[in-house]
Design a protein around this ligand. Sequence first.
Ligand SMILES: *[C@@H]1O[C@H](CO)[C@@H](O)[C@H](O)[C@H]1NC(C)=O
Ligand SMILES: *[C@@H]1O[C@H](CO)[C@@H](O)[C@H](O)[C@H]1NC(C)=O
Ligand SMILES: *[C@@H]1O[C@H](CO)[C@@H](O)[C@H](O)[C@H]1NC(C)=O
Length: 336
Amino acid sequence: MRAFGAHLNLAVVMGPALLMVLACPMAVAREEDICRLFSNNTVIRDPDSCSQYITCIDSVSIYGSCSGTTPFFDKDTGKCVKKLTDDTSCYVSCVNATSQFVADPKSCYGYYYCLDQETPMFGTCPQDTHFNATTQTCTRLYESDCTASDFEYCNIVKNKVNFDNLQSCASYHVCEKNLLKTKTCSSQYYQASTGVCVAKSLVDCVAHPLPSNVCGKATKPYENKFVSDGATCRGYFFCAKQSNGTPDPNPTWNQCPQDTFFDASTETCRSPNLVKCTEDRCDGRSLPFVISSTKGCRNYLRCIDGVAFDEQSCGNLFFDEAKGGCVSSVVSYAIC
Ligand SMILES: *[C@@H]1O[C@H](CO)[C@@H](O)[C@H](O)[C@H]1NC(C)=O
Ligand SMILES: *[C@@H]1O[C@H](CO)[C@@H](O)[C@H](O)[C@H]1NC(C)=O
Ligand SMILES: *[C@@H]1O[C@H](CO)[C@@H](O)[C@H](O)[C@H]1NC(C)=O
């Protein structure tokens, strides 16, 4: 076998040892795990390798490898295949390269060992090294002029699988016929962990989309006015007066202090139970149980970490927020 450079981890030099490397693929530390975008148990191709796949479990990447006579991962069928139908971004050839190492088109640290003219076997260089096809070695980063190419989502994600785009709480991506589309949840937020649109309160997201006409219409723009953010009970936008008389295209977002809600009618932060707001009433509250805005003041919300867990009823009794329990005496709050 060809001498593989001194820098290379010895494990990849020997055939059987190479298989061990493949059976236990290196989990490449990404700055942020790509699985934060995908719902539980989604399987995608590794953006860094046409021979690895990733199963997203609870937003964490679990790597798997294709090897032997089926070295490539087909993102559409979820199977390891001998050859990809469309290998434009994954083309690897072992023709005339038996027992040689060829570069991985998807990453600087990956390579293929050609078992014969038809069978490339994927392997990775040790941490902090890049593969160099000329020298047939893994070399230190400073010796490498390889730069990793960008990937396209629709090359690694199956069609019709929703995934988060991190751009706005309400929008997400989906590949249709291998073209990336952006979709928007109507009046809800996109939840990456489940891949569907859900009530806004269930999604921990700060990229609140600007409500349409948040600063008024062109015919009647708001000037130096505080308005609700339309997503949370505490959040508001400040619409600054524009010199050209148009609505503020970029209002600044802020939120009321802990245990207060934004009241649009007075443009102030007030006690939550004076403010009619149907978004999550647990947001920013220090109480474990808060009164629900449901009519009659008999219902309350159970809050966990500032998010409503569920709504409970006192039945024929009333919920007393100060006491944190159900009472028989009539209780009334402005909101219910
Ligand atoms: C995600 O999937 C894994 C494996 O199927 C399962 O064990 C786990 O409970 C799931 N997580 C959630 C939040 O459902
Ligand atoms: C492989 O080698 C043969 C014989 O040397 C040569 O004719 C052919 O062009 C080579 N193929 C490639 C793809 O390099
Ligand atoms: C591979 O090594 C050769 C010889 O050291 C060098 O000239 C070349 O730039 C290297 N290629 C890459 C992609 O780093």
